[in-house]
Design a protein around this ligand. Structure first.
Ligand code: UTP
Length: 403
């Protein structure tokens, strides 16, 4: 066994030596195991939160516009339906987040957005997927990523609701990994007297966790994975036109995008970085880039990503073990100190997260596939205001969903 005390000292975490001395039995074992698993290179990153330098030469990317998609819809639909009917497409629901902005304690998908009757977020997403299954006469395997914090609750909730009518044999769960949390001076945070504070490691680790879990072996025909967020209740999942267009494009991935509302809208934008597909965050854009126009006078960087991607499995397999950027994010984290765990009023800690948008670069080629915002984008991040339960309800009603 490694010398844990020496390890803590080497990494300036002497404040935990007292904890180590005090713990016994199973609690000590669990604590030691957590410490042994820490990626210290990652923890060191707290010294450089959000180092944004190092972007290559960024250029606009050409995508499929709504008009082009409508002109070729039949061709795309046919190719996509065929791939789905042959079992080549799986869907991956990213449900490992904590939904802090929405203020939920349990899984975000278990949140009820109904007004006159219950309508859970998971329920609406499964309904959306069922539409495609009916059209293609084939169930799409649904992989649900949870975290250690919500795995049991997510499974219990879906079981209790009969998986909202989706056949259980087409659903698999896998758990994402956790990362430690440090305070603003780089010290590992305790969440209770005996346990380190850990947090889900972001949505960029989904494929590594999925591959490790071995669940893909049950569905050997899968060639493409459509990955989507838990909170966009309007999104089309395994959308045959999107699947078909991406396959026919010969690219390794596709991204559903909405046209930016204005130059400074706070969305990540699909672009080319040194000739390779990439997503640039709104805060990484210069004034000139934000306002650059194409030949028709439209915004040149116009394709905002909505966290709905299609990835080629073969290419994903090539990325395993390759480094993906780790983002250091300042958050409010409940901390154990002086005998009690307290929730802070302001950001008091750094979390370490990888982001799915960085996988677009790993894919090297990506097809921007434009969708209508009012038809496919109703994210629920907050209770009220922008991207909220309120705005999502309005958009669902607009699309004929009874609430
Ligand atoms: P968000 O970035 O909106 O995070 O996740 P969140 O945890 O849901 O909400 P906040 O920021 O705490 O308010 C976008 C998508 O990525 C998933 C979320 O479940 C959501 O589908 N996600 C996020 C994970 O699966 N794991 C993570 O570690 C983070």
């Amino acid at each position: 066994m490694k010398d844990i005390s020496a390890m803590l000292t080497e990494h300036s975490q002497e404040h935990l030596l007292k904890v180590l001395d005090r713990l016994e039995g199973a609690e000590r074992e669990a604590f030691v195991r957590r410490i042994e698993q820490i990626d210290w290179d990652m923890v060191e990153l707290w010294k450089h939160p959000e180092d944004l330098s190092g972007k290559g030469r960024v250029r606009p990317i050409t995508g499929l516009t709504l008009k082009e998609i409508n002109e070729k819809r039949e061709e795309f639909l046919q190719a996509g339906k065929q791939a789905i009917a042959q079992g080549k497409v799986g869907a991956v629901l990213l449900a490992g987040g904590q939904g802090t902005r929405l203020g939920v304690n349990g899984p975000k998908g278990a949140y009820d957005i109904g007004e006159t009757h219950s309508l859970y977020i998971f329920e609406q997403l499964i309904r959306n997927l069922q539409d495609v299954c009916k059209l293609c006469e084939r169930y799409v395997p649904l992989f649900v990523m949870t975290s250690e914090l919500n795995d049991a609750e997510t499974k219990a909730f879906l079981q209790e609701h009969g998986y909202f009518g989706y056949p259980k044999e087409y659903i698999r769960f896998f758990v994402q990994e956790m990362a430690p949390v440090v305070d603003l001076n780089g010290k590992l945070v305790m969440e209770s007297a005996n346990r380190l504070a850990m947090s889900p490691n972001g949505n960029g680790g989904w494929y590594t966790s999925m591959e490790k879990s071995g669940i893909l072996k049950d569905f050997r025909d899968i060639e493409w994975l459509n990955v989507f967020a838990v909170d966009n209740v309007l999104q089309r999942i395994a959308d045959p036109a999107f699947v078909g267009a991406t396959i026919l494009s010969g690219k390794n991935s596709g991204a559903k995008v909405v046209r930016k509302n204005h130059p400074y809208e706070k969305v990540g934008v699909l672009c080319l970085e040194d000739g390779i597909s990439s997503v640039i965050e709104y805060y990484e854009m210069t004034e000139d880039m934000a306002n650059e126009k194409d030949a028709e006078g439209n915004l040149a960087y116009c394709y905002g990503v909505i966290l709905n991607y299609l990835f080629k499995l073969q290419k994903l397999r090539d990325t395993v073990g390759k480094k993906i950027p780790i983002h250091v994010v300042k958050k409010k984290v409940a901390k154990y100190e002086n005998g009690e765990t307290k929730k802070p009023d302001s950001e008091n800690a750094y979390k370490f997260e990888t982001l799915i948008l960085d996988m677009v670069r790993q894919m090297e080629t990506c097809l921007p596939f434009e969708v209508e915002r009012e038809r496919e984008f109703a994210p629920i991040k907050n209770k009220t205001g922008v991207d909220s339960v309120e705005s999502a309800r309005r958009l669902l009603a607009l699309n004929g969903v009874k609430l």
